[in-house]
Design a protein around this ligand. Sequence first.
Ligand SMILES: [Zn+2]
Ligand SMILES: [Zn+2]
Length: 362
Amino acid sequence: MITLCKECASRFEKPFPLGECSICGGKMAKMGGLAERGALLVGGDWDSFSVSTTIPRGVLAAEEKAFDYSPGESIKTFANRYFSGKVASISGRKYEPSGGDGRIMFDFRSFTARREVEPLLFFGRYRKLKEGLSQTKWDCRKCGGRGCERCGGEGRMYRSVEEIIGEPFVKRTKGSFCMHASGREDVDVVNTAGRPFVLEITNPESRKPNLAEVAQEIAAGGEVEVSDLKKVGRGDVELVADSHFPKTYRAWIEVEGGATKEDLERISGFSEMLKQQTPNRVMHRRADKVRERHAEVVDAKMDGELVSADILADAGTYIKELISGDGGRTLPSFASLLGKGCACRKLAVVKIEDEFLDLVLG
Ligand SMILES: [Zn+2]
Ligand SMILES: [Zn+2]
């Protein structure tokens, strides 16, 4: 015969004899204490939380037997409703079924509560003002980050934009960081345009860093600046990382034997659909294939011995190769146009056509 505790009996439409509980073994009566322990796990600066409850298989099986006799609300639905209500009233925070700032997880087997913190995500645009920075953390290949002679004990080949942005955030929030950006520039390329990124902080202890202070601290180093910082949601990471935008580059070009007036005129008029085979220098990490990209010179002038050209190009265009021709792997190129060797001496990203993100991210 099935007998139930008061709490379990209340979930069923038909009455059950009360007694030692065939379903929960009396645990439901102690839910209040568990809810209080769970409420203590809500972070000090959380605005909202969600809950989940793990019910042992034996309990669910016993419940099935009671359902054979009467319709009712399942123990899981009941527990989630009970815990969310209790935690909300004790902590004063909003219950957000779809996520919130973290999840309080109740376990009926061990009768314990633990928490899982939702990652923090911040959108922004970064400018890289100096050459010699990689975009993401780049461990030394020889020592794998421990530090050796090759890397001068630093454990890495370059300081990265990711670290310069991430460290001031983590100083304020704790946790660990990684950056998702829309494309990347090479180590030796600066970027004054502002490249969209999302910085992700996992397991933060605190969720509300002062963004103006963070931006100030990043800029203080003189290497990287960020703007437009704002908190975004989970779906926005892909939106930013998978979006590719046309860009304007400024390239300083050395022409073999020195650029003539005619060379400058020809470069000025360049507007072509390119066939670009994967450059030699990235072959080790990219599939070898031919891409079609459009590139157009929007402005060109002499800058000392070099030609300075502003080039508007489709996302994914290899600019150094557009200039040099990469041994014929990019056609046409400035080199093929002039019939002379051309080399990119310095390169900067000066504009990224990414206004669309401001519309979507609000
Ligand atoms: Zn019970
Ligand atoms: Zn090393």
